[in-house]
Design a protein around this ligand. Sequence first.
Ligand code: NAP
Length: 249
Amino acid sequence: MHPNLLILGGTTEATALARAVSEAGLTGTVSFAGRVDRPVRQPLPQRVGGFGGVDGLATYLRAHKITHLIDATHPFASAMSHNAVAASAQADIPMVALTRPPWSAQPGDNWTNVPDIPAAVAALDRPACNVMLAVGRMHLAEFAPNPQHTYLLRLVDPPKAPLPLPKTEIIVDRGPFSEASDRTLMETHQIDLVVSKNSGGTGASAKLAAARALGLPVLMIDRPPQPKRHELATPGDVLTWIHSTNLGV
Ligand code: NAP
């Protein structure tokens, strides 16, 4: 049977995998949640929107005759990742996750690690300062208990509704970013503290290098737990896994 992949995307790594899959002449579709107005163009066909939970994804896998499911979503997209594991079992379709290691502090870093977003919010219960809040648009409301800070937000799309934080400075831009430009950004906005998810990867790491260079503290939010699953590190590993499955490829 010719492989027919479904790649759960929305990351730099998923786009790299889609490129590798396309170059290998394999068939596949990249799936986006629909959180941004213009998802990065993929070298494979793409679809947008939720599947409707575990049952919806299992139905999609069967209906589209998917042979391999690859979860290449962001490490903080844990609901999707749990659904992917459950749906692949329900539809009896092999699945792997394409993952990236978390960032770890280097010499010169001044990080405080917190386990989750509520802990980051609690840590911000302090006198007003200028915070670069790099947690994504979906989580801004959780920071409303600390309206005293001025928050620098970098968003992929301009906000369509009033933000849940009273004092914000908004940059509309999409990564990857460079250390030099992030340094300039932090200096221009007189940033005192950077709040970041521990996303890992290269697309968003420039802010950490910039914070290190400027001696700025970072509040680093640990990743949510992921389900038990088979994890691979590179697009090449995923291609090898596809070829190693006994589907007569
Ligand atoms: P999430 O909380 O884990 O997922 C919530 C729901 O959104 C899922 O149950 C699913 O809806 C839908 N969904 C999520 N990813 C999808 C995908 N790739 N294709 C189709 N439906 C998807 O996810 P999230 O944290 O909001 O992230 C959404 C997307 O943004 C993901 O594709 C992720 O890779 C990307 N992203 C997330 C972050 C982050 O920090 N969370 C950062 C960068 C990129 P149904 O249950 O209806 O299927």
